[in-house]
Design a protein around this ligand. Structure first.
Ligand SMILES: [Zn+2]
Length: 183
């Protein structure tokens, strides 16, 4: 699942590279696909799909008041972890709701041999002791065979995020929170 760093005090940035506690976020357009994908798997078709994924996340962010599209403003970003792990994902959010999606190559987690992708819609914890994000809806695909499968799944998942963002007004997501304090 996408890492849940505290973004409450982060202001929108237009820099293509951001550093968050040692994790480097690099906008899709400023990064190198071979950070995540084997060189032979990178095609112009694949890059076109990834562009579309970023565009969707920006579209979701644009539909939210004070919406933010990823750390860099581009929506889809490479995450380069100090441990050497790398993933490709992004988010669109405002203080009411966060839409996020991510894909991870084999080996991202120790012993994991497949590609994986997931997406979620979450709201910020409203508990006295902040536990992070409360997941409202999610999609997951833990066992994808090829980079092309992973990209196609990320494409499908961000399409789902866009559809849901159109179906549900941003202020309504918190009403669906099963962990909400006021339930
Ligand atoms: Zn909580």
């Amino acid at each position: 699942m996408a890492r849940s760093l505290d973004r409450r005090h982060v202001r929108t940035s237009r820099s293509p590279i951001r550093n968050n506690d040692g994790v480097q976020s690099v906008a899709l357009s400023a990064g190198d696909p071979t950070w995540v994908f084997p060189p032979e798997s990178v095609t112009s078709d694949m890059l076109a799909v990834l562009d579309r994924v970023g565009e969707r996340l920006r579209e979701v962010a644009a539909s939210l008041s004070n919406g933010q599209a990823g750390w860099t403003g581009e929506g889809l970003e490479y995450s380069l972890f100090p441990s050497g792990q790398r993933s490709l994902g992004g988010f669109a959010e405002n203080p009411q709701v966060t839409f996020s999606a991510e894909l991870r190559p084999p080996g991202f987690y120790e012993g994991e041999r497949t590609w994986s992708a997931d997406a979620e819609i979450a709201v910020r914890c409203d508990h006295v002791v902040d536990c992070g994000m409360h997941r409202i809806e999610s999609r997951g695909a833990p066992d994808l065979d090829t980079p092309a499968d992973a990209v196609a799944t990320l494409d499908k998942f961000t399409d789902w995020l866009l559809v849901r963002s159109r179906e549900v007004p941003p202020e309504r997501w918190r009403d669906a929170d099963p962990l909400a304090t006021n339930h």
